[in-house]
Design a protein around this ligand. Sequence first.
Ligand code: IPE
Ligand code: IPE
Ligand code: MG
Length: 224
Amino acid sequence: MNPLNHVAIIMDGNGRWGLKHKTSRNEGHKAGLNTVEKIIKESIKQKINYLTLYAFSTENWNRPKKEINYLFNLLENFLINKIEDLHKKDIKLNIIGVKNFSKKLNKLLSLSEKKTLKNSTLQINLALNYGSKFEILNSIKKMNKNNDKVNEKNFEKYLQTKNIPNPEFLIRTGNTKRLSNFLLWQLAYAEIFFVKKLWPDFNEKDFIRIIKKFKKIKRNFGNI
Ligand code: IPE
Ligand code: IPE
Ligand code: MG
């Protein structure tokens, strides 16, 4: 049985869900938040230590302003309403990506991280304005600037995921098979599960099924 420590998820399909079941893409984003809560709960049950959620990519700035504003409002309200609950559950919130949002949201994110800093049951890495290519270039620049020897260890110490073990597996919902600039370095040896369901339809049972499947995979790491 493979040990499981870190799960990464590309939560895709909210917009299509919203258009199919309600009247707008934004309704899908709202519904997607319920899935986030379900998966957080189940991750704790499964004794997973790290859960990395792709919530907003550096490329998502290409979307209409109205949708972007809705997404960040949703996040703001989620944090205001739920941070106490997350804290009580001993969850640590860590943002990966560049915090260049509104002053209010930047502050809320920093406060939420600070409040939960010492928690240890589950670490949630929320990828916000995150892009793997940017992260990789940034690491290279920092190695250069500090005259570090170029090797894996030095490279990784400037990644936003420093001190976080690599994910054992990645889930992408929404019936699309691509990485969309997510954790390109960190997923080098991850098992990948592409799921047809849209994110708001994904549930604990789907998650458990994937975990079971993962545990039985023969992971070679180049060996035989
Ligand atoms: C993923 O769902 C959530 C974000 C990118 C914020 P999408 O909004 O990409 O949903 P689809 O893929 O358009 O259905
Ligand atoms: C990836 O989904 C980003 C997030 C889930 C936050 P997208 O829906 O933005 O990916 P592309 O653009 O279809 O590749
Ligand atoms: Mg999408």
